[in-house]
Design a protein around this ligand. Sequence first.
Ligand code: HEM
Length: 406
Amino acid sequence: MSALEYLSLGDPMFRADRFSAYRRLRDHNPVARVEPDGARVVVTRYADVERIFKDPLMRVQPKAGEFPADIGTGAGATFHKLSLPDLDPPTHTRLRKLASPAFAPRSLAHMRSWVERIIIDNVEALAAVDGDVDFVEHFGMRVPAEIACRLLHAPAVDAATVLRRMPALNRVLTHAPITPQERVEADAAAQFYFDYIGDIVDSMRGRLGPEDPVGALMLAEEEGGRLSRDELIVTLVGFFIASYHTTMTAMTSAVHALLTHPDQMRLLAADPDLAPAAWEEVLRWQSPVHFITRYAGYEFELHGETIAEGTQLMLGIASANRDERRFTDPDTFDIRRVGNRHLAFTAGGHYCIGAPLSRLEGDILLRLLPQRLPAMTLTDPNPPWTDDLVFRTMTELMVAPKGCGR
Ligand code: HEM
């Protein structure tokens, strides 16, 4: 059986319960070929996925040192060629090192007060709602956009303008083929970001200290041009792109998981210090990103299969995070789980650079929820999910913040 038969979005069984399909793959086909020629394989066991993430010879670029021809030569191509997720060493190593101070402990300490403010204000807004409200629209989408805007020093009212162009830009940031029309739109979106973020960066010059994430990157830019202006802008936009959808999904999943597991909500209410562990468990149990791609940097054997150099490896993060070979009772949502080394942020050289910020957000949110919204209930027990293979998320989560009895 090929991987496509296990992972068919057209199959209602898969759409209803994809974790069973992942389990079947782990048990019977841990290296599943997508096409008969084997140019693409799906890897689903924790140990294999982790090993590939940590192997410095595996690539994110399909061909070593080459960029896809169809990205062209415009602003979109410049974006692609400077984006952390699209780069292999040595360029990735250099840019990643320069970007890292943005989420160092000093920056995190500086961010805490405004991240807390944004989350508290939005929780209070929910707490004031009588009746039903869609958590995705009124919190899940709003909070990550406000945080990303504040991180970049963009006015929060511009969030919709910034977000609107992301799908067009994203087309040039993946390795999927793009049409000439999509490239034109990607170039226009990229140029918008160069101008918009460029203006913000210029207006902030000399006003930010090294404890500010943007200030830390500007310092690297100003000190002898270690980071070019284009690199600085692409890195900052990359923070927005990488954080928005993942954080929205994680926050929505957190609320869904806790409301469908009242025993876990009670544990959290009784001991708010469980908040960091609860956030990790949400990320393991409902990984916001189900698959990440790598390309084999050399020929190797895996479970008796020969993987040729250049093979596209679809690494199943959500599957790995439910692998019974690694986690006890992996399908159980347990906020007191110990040794929860999930792969939701992956591992190795591309490990999510924003993980410390995400953990800060999770800590603040999950301490607050049981205190400020103790009676919140789900009003639709079967929320709709997207059919996307990679980014699986709820598109709506109807809740009654004050409880159903009101
Ligand atoms: C729950 C929230 C988040 C999740 C689940 C998440 C997950 C991920 C994943 C799966 C990757 C790909 C890593 C790889 O290819 O190996 C990644 C990369 C990245 N993330 Fe996150 N992320 C989250 C939040 C954030 C935040 C808040 C930021 C920044 C504000 C951020 C910035 C980035 C960046 C810049 C990369 C590219 C790193 C590189 O390629 O070196 N992420 N993240």
